[in-house]
Design a protein around this ligand. Structure first.
Ligand SMILES: [Zn+2]
Length: 160
């Protein structure tokens, strides 16, 4: 199992010799990383990709690598704290969202929408087809109200 591949201690992490800060940086326990990632997603106004999360994790001048970010995201997703928006390859805090996502292709904004009994009703269809579901994604890609309004304005000025 290649789960403990990159435990490379001392890989250029020793920066502030004796300043006392480096000691805290070395201690990146899963809980600490989880909290950090949740914090980054909390501050974001839209779903973030793993590379963007890694970029924003410039924590005491030692940002996380995208691989580390993916590992933490996987853990948080399994725990139900984070959801992946497939059409954007990005992540957001689950909060109390469930159901589907409306994804704006212009601003990459995401709104959750309830799906009610639809999912339960579909279960019968999969069962009849003897299809075992691993993952179900319900996303609608389009334009949010704000972006559609901007587009209308632009189209209007071109036409007029
Ligand atoms: Zn939009």
């Amino acid at each position: 199992m290649p789960s403990e591949v990159s435990r490379n201690k001392g890989a250029g992490v020793r920066v502030g010799d004796g300043s006392g800060r480096s000691a805290r940086r070395a201690n990146r326990e899963p809980k600490v990383l989880d909290t950090q990632l949740v914090g980054i997603l909390e501050q974001a106004d839209r779903p973030l990709g793993a590379y963007e999360i890694a970029r924003r994790s410039g924590w005491e001048d030692a940002p996380l690598t995208p691989t580390q970010v993916y590992r933490v995201l996987e853990r948080l997703t399994r725990a139900g704290k984070v959801r992946r928006v497939e059409s954007l390859s990005a992540y957001l805090l689950a909060g109390d969202t469930d159901g589907g996502f409306m994804v704006c292709e212009c601003c990459r904004g995401v709104q959750a929408f309830p799906v009610g009994d639809v999912i339960a009703e579909c279960d019968g269809i999969y069962a009849a087809a003897r299809f075992s579901v691993i993952r179900l994604t319900l996303e609608v890609v389009g334009r949010c109200a704000a972006c559609a309004k901007k587009d209308d304005g632009a189209a209007g000025s071109v036409a007029g």
